[in-house]
Design a protein around this ligand. Structure first.
Ligand code: MN
Ligand code: MN
Length: 473
């Protein structure tokens, strides 16, 4: 017998998956908290535009929270940090249970797509000084021309001393830019080409100066000489010093509120600093976690997690090794492996939010929506889950119970349509230790663009999700 009208309504509310905007769950107090949380996040985005700056900011805040250098023999307590080459940091908080029971780990990345200067960047052409770049990560090249750019980085001088540069962030600073071709003359050079070929990588050269060095007018390359003079005057660096340097070109504009209702945050590098920031705040919020909490910030995710600061390096093993020593357990290889095997982890990374302009690249039933909370992504990968770390139904069940039991707004969606493209995260590189691992982070619009957009509701729900994961999973 088919159910009556009232019964049918009850059945739907009992059986069907509920879809509810996180905004509808908030009261006035929540909204105030979200507003102040978002402001602090915007400040973080503006002070941490590179991986090194993110480490600096995390370290500064961690010290204020009582975290101590794990390398210090005499340092005691239950909160420690370890840094790797100024590009990774691990924050660790010992739990009530012995560390041999495993760790609760949240991993994010703090590198973002950008333009790096080449080892020999500076040249002069048509009385303009320019810098050659090599782009880093998956950028759409047309997004990097005709916008104000800032220069961030470090230079190691010939005597080994190090200088950190930031030019273009202070309102009194000059900025830089990459000139774009005027539409009047772009018909053959650009407009008939595929968008990815319209601007060649070699044409992403940064406008750096224009005034020639005064004095001998017979000299060659006087514009280049003049900027070298200015660099030396201000920073005591020479052209050769630029070889032992890491200088990144990033958007010069600031992160800020988006929308008349101020419901969103726009800014550079939210992939993945939104997860870095929320996971940092989540470990700071721990009073006495059950298991040992570790929040790990990694580099080089955008180019495949390679090298000695990427997820494929053994840095995390070193961190856990030191934790074992701090816990006064025998530093044995077997114990290390057991701890890693018994751990549970979130790969904290952003997902693509459904963009109404490009809805057809998403499969709507499985696309994350802005404002519907943190997204749990069972698997990533492309071309048939290729290269994915596919979380188990059991682990997904645990995470779902955890979030439901603690009133965290969450959704469980994929990146886009099957065969449309795809992507990966650090999940698979840590899952090889045998720990439970799942991708979990907020959706963003315009991922990898100079101005990515996230919902403040999702920002806050992501923080809550990470907080309860560390405290209660
Ligand atoms: Mn990412
Ligand atoms: Mn990315």
């Amino acid at each position: 017998m088919p159910p009556k009208k009232k019964e049918a309504k009850d059945l739907i509310s009992k059986l069907a998956l509920k879809k509810m905007s996180a905004w509808d769950l908030f009261d006035e107090k929540d909204e105030k908290q979200i507003a102040s949380f978002s402001q602090k996040y915007i400040h973080f985005l503006n002070t941490a535009k590179t991986e090194r700056e993110a480490i600096g900011e995390v370290l500064k805040q961690a010290k204020k929270q009582g975290f101590k250098d794990i390398s210090g023999q005499k340092n005691s307590g239950n909160k420690f940090y370890q840094i790797n080459r100024n590009k990774n940091i691990a924050l660790c908080h010992f739990g009530k249970k012995d560390i041999s029971q495993g760790i609760r780990l949240i991993v994010s990345h703090i590198d973002s797509p950008r333009l790096d200067l080449k080892p020999n960047p500076l040249y002069e052409d048509q009385d303009l000084a320019l810098l050659r770049t090599h782009y880093y990560g998956g950028i759409k090249k047309y997004q990097w021309v005709a916008i104000p750019l800032a220069l961030h980085g470090v230079v190691i001088r010939s005597d080994g001393s190090k200088i950190e540069l930031v030019i273009g962030e202070d309102p009194a600073d000059p900025v830089f830019t990459i000139s774009d071709l005027l539409p009047h003359l772009a018909r053959k050079t650009m407009e008939t080409k595929k968008i990815k070929d319209a601007i060649e990588g070699e044409k992403l050269t940064v406008l750096f100066g224009h005034q020639p060095l005064s004095g001998n007018k017979e000299e060659k390359e006087r514009v280049k000489m003049n900027v070298l003079r200015l660099l030396h005057e201000k920073y005591e660096i020479t052209e050769e010093d630029l070889i032992s340097a890491e200088i990144e070109i990033v958007p010069a504009f600031k992160a800020r509120d988006v929308g008349l209702d101020r419901s969103m945050v726009g800014g550079y590098g939210q992939d993945d600093r939104i997860c870095a920031y929320t996971s940092m705040e989540a470990i700071f919020a721990q009073k006495e976690p059950l298991y040992t909490s570790v929040v790990l910030f990694l580099d080089k995710e955008e180019i495949g997690s390679e090298g000695n600061t990427g997820a494929q390096s053994r840095f995390f093993e070193i961190v856990v090794g030191r934790l074992i020593q701090k816990a006064r357990l025998k530093p044995e290889e077997g114990l290390l492996r057991e701890i890693l095997f018994r751990s549970k982890a979130l790969s904290a990374d952003v997902n693509a939010g459904l963009d109404p302009n490009y809805a057809d690249v998403f499969e709507k039933q499985n696309a994350s929506l802005l404002g519907y909370g943190v997204n749990i992504c069972k698997y990533t990968g492309s071309g048939g889950k290729y290269s994915a770390s596919d979380a188990s139904a059991e682990y997904l069940g645990e995470i779902r119970r955890l979030f439901n039991g603690n009133k965290v707004a969450w959704q469980a969606k994929e990146l886009g349509k099957v065969d449309e493209g795809g992507g990966g995260t650090v999940a698979k590189f840590l899952a090889i230790y045998g720990m439970d691992m799942i991708d979990c982070g907020p959706p963003v619009l315009g991922m990898h663009s100079p101005f990515e957009v996230a919902s403040k509701a999702d920002l806050y729900e992501t923080y809550k999700a990470y907080q309860v994961f560390l405290a209660k999973s």
